[in-house]
Write a protein that binds this ligand. Structure first.
Ligand SMILES: [Zn+2]
Length: 346
C-alpha cells in the first residue's frame, strides 16, 4: 500500500469519506443484501456479487482542494496490474458475462454513435479494458473497425477465440498509428487506473482531430452522499442501501470516484473538452438465482434513477443519489498541456 496525493490537483490535504471500518461494515451489508434476495433453491455462489476483482479495505477520502474522491492508501501500481493480468474467471462465467455485456452494448451503442458524431460508416473504435468483448462484438456487427486492449490473459484468449481482435497489454504499448482512431472508449476500468494520465495521453495521440474519448465511471459524489444517507437512517438509509448495492457502489470496490467536474479537470490537460454526460445505472445484476421480488426491486430502483436523474429541479444532493454511473463524452479540443501531469507514485 502507498499513500497518495490527489491525482487531479496534486493536493495533499483531504477529509475522510469512509473509514476502513465503515468499508468493512458496508461489505457485510452487501453480503447480507444479496443473500436476502437469493432464491432458497439457488445453488449459486454469492461470491461474484460480493467479491470484486479488486477488493480494497482502506479508507476513501475527499481532496479538500478539488473535491476528488479516492482510495488512500492504495495498492501499488505493480500489484494492481498483476491482479488484472492473473484474473481467472472460468469459461462458463465468461460466456455468461459475454451474453449479458453484449445485450447491454447493443442497447448502449446507439447513444454512443450519436454522441461521437462519426462521419465514416466504418469508424475505427478502440476499447480499453475490453474484458469479455461484448461491446466489441456489437460494434463489429455494425461493420465498425474495432480493437480491444486488455491486460488480462484469460479474457484476451476468450475474445480472440471468438474472432474479436484484442491486444494483450496497455493502450500505451499497442501498435496503433497516431491520429488514426475515431473513438477511444473505456467502459469498464477507468476508475481502476492507477495512472490515468498515461492512458489519456496515449488516447490523445491515437485520436483524429475530430475524435472522441468516452469514459464510464462510478459516481464518486454519489458514494460520498450515500455514506451520509446510510448514517441518516430511515427512508434515506433504505434508499442508499438499495441504490448503492444494485449499482456496485456499496463498499466502493474502486480506486477512484470521479465526478463530472473532476473528470473534466483531468482530461482537460490532455486536450479534451466535454460534449455530453449521460447518467446511467449498472447493467442488470439479478438473474435466475434471484427472487422475483429482488428482480423487481432492481428494476424499480434503476428505472427510478434514470427517470429522476433527468429531472432538472432536484437539489444537487438528491440528484447525486439517483446518478450511480456516468457516461461522459469528450471531443478533442486542442493540444495536450505542456505542463507535466501530477506525478504518480509506483
Ligand atoms: Zn484535488
Amino acid at each position: 500500500m502507498v499513500d497518495v496525493s490527489c491525482l487531479i490537483c496534486g493536493g495533499v490535504y483531504h477529509e475522510t469519506v469512509a473509514f476502513a471500518a465503515e468499508i468493512a461494515e458496508q461489505k457485510e451489508l452487501l453480503r447480507r443484501f444479496h443473500q436476502q434476495r437469493q432464491r432458497q433453491d439457488a445453488q449459486a455462489d454469492l461470491k461474484d456479487r460480493t467479491t470484486f476483482s479488486q477488493d480494497y479495505s482502506t479508507e476513501v477520502v475527499r481532496c479538500l482542494t478539488c473535491g476528488f474522491v479516492y482510495r488512500n492508501p492504495r495498492p501499488t501500481l505493480r500489484s494492481v496490474t498483476a491482479q488484472y493480468a492473473d484474473d481467472q474467471y472460468g469459461e462458463e462465467h465468461l460466456e455468461a458475462e459475454f451474453q449479458a455485456q453484449q445485450r447491454w452494448a447493443e442497447w448502449k451503442i446507439t447513444a454512443f454513435a450519436q454522441h461521437c458524431h462519426f462521419t465514416s460508416r466504418h469508424p475505427v473504435v478502440v476499447e480499453v479494458g475490453s474484458f469479455v468483448g461484448g461491446f466489441l462484438a456489437a460494434a463489429q456487427q455494425r461493420g465498425w473497425s474495432i480493437l480491444g486492449v486488455d491486460p488480462g490473459k484469460e479474457v484476451v484468449n476468450f475474445c480472440q477465440a471468438r474472432g474479436l481482435p484484442v491486444f494483450h497489454g496497455t493502450l500505451n504499448d499497442a501498435t496503433i498509428a497516431a491520429r488514426s482512431v475515431d473513438a477511444v472508449v473505456i467502459w469498464n476500468t477507468f476508475d481502476q487506473l492507477v495512472n490515468p494520465d498515461t492512458t489519456l495521453s496515449a488516447a490523445r495521440r491515437l485520436l483524429r482531430e475530430d475524435g472522441h474519448l468516452v469514459l464510464r465511471v462510478p459516481n464518486g459524489a454519489m458514494f460520498q452522499q450515500g455514506v451520509h444517507w446510510l448514517k441518516a437512517g430511515g427512508s434515506r438509509r433504505r434508499w442508499a442501501i438499495v441504490t448503492l448495492a444494485w449499482n456496485n457502489l456499496l463498499s466502493f470496490p474502486y480506486l477512484n470516484g470521479y465526478s463530472v467536474s473532476t473528470l473534466d479537470q483531468l482530461v482537460a490537460r490532455h486536450g479534451f473538452s466535454r460534449v455530453a454526460v449521460e447518467v446511467d445505472t449498472l447493467m442488470t445484476l439479478s438473474d435466475q438465482h434471484t427472487t422475483l421480488w429482488g428482480q423487481w426491486e432492481e428494476r424499480v430502483v434503476k428505472s427510478s434513477c434514470r427517470i429522476l436523474a433527468g429531472t432538472t429541479t432536484l437539489l444537487p444532493s438528491l440528484h447525486n443519489m439517483v446518478s450511480p454511473w456516468l457516461d461522459v463524452y469528450y471531443a478533442v479540443s486542442g493540444d495536450a498541456a505542456t505542463s507535466p501531469p501530477i506525478a504518480c507514485p509506483a
